[in-house]
Ligand binder design. Structure first.
Ligand code: PNS
Length: 171
């Protein structure tokens, strides 16, 4: 049996504000790949960025969504993604892409990460077509409109029960 240190791992990073069915599709597909023993879902915290949900709630939502996958670990970090990869011994970052706009944005980040952390590779995974319109931004808009039934269709099971009512009312 491999020790935790010798395991091959991949990181799926994001803000996950909140984690959607689109994110979950990517996580599920990566978790199934035999190439990786461990898949880290890494919630990156940018202190200068305003999120709808606080870190604790975003982690709770992500953990609830990923609970069924034995090889998936939800973690959070407020440093650089590349440094986190080094700390965890993960050599692969995986990002889901829905369209050309996502690709352009992700390509810039991948180039930056490659320039500063050359041993870490970024792989892009095209999102499944049924999730191409799903985004955290869309969920946040629906929640602000108190359209819970449509928001629920874009979220992993049990997410709405985790969302604090006072957070929604702020927006
Ligand atoms: O879900 P998002 O908002 O597209 O995720 C962006 C994220 C968190 C992956 C990105 O902002 C990030 O990697 N942040 C960590 C800080 C860092 O490493 N910055 C340099 C790479 S651009």
């Amino acid at each position: 049996m491999k020790s935790e240190k010798n395991k091959t791992s991949a990181i799926i990073p994001g803000s996950f504000d909140p984690l959607t069915l689109g994110h979950l599709d990517v996580i599920k597909r990566v978790a199934r790949l035999s190439e990786f023993d461990i898949v880290y879902v890494a919630l990156l915290i940018n202190p200068d960025k305003k999120y709808l949900f606080d870190t604790e709630t975003r982690i709770k939502i992500a953990k609830n969504a990923c609970a069924e996958f034995a090889n998936v670990r939800v973690i959070s970090d407020d440093g650089l993604l590349g440094s986190l990869c080094e700390k965890l011994g993960a050599s692969v970052i995986i990002k889901g892409v829905r369209n050309a706009q996502d690709f352009d944005y992700e390509l810039k980040m991948a180039e930056w990460n490659k320039a500063h952390f050359p041993s870490v590779e970024t792989l892009f995974l095209p999102c499944s077509p049924e999730f191409s319109d799903v985004s955290s931004t869309r969920v946040r808009t629906l929640l602000a409109e108190k359209n819970y039934s449509d928001a629920e269709k874009l979220l992993p099971r049990g997410t709405l029960q985790i969302i604090p009512k006072k957070t929604e009312e702020k927006h």
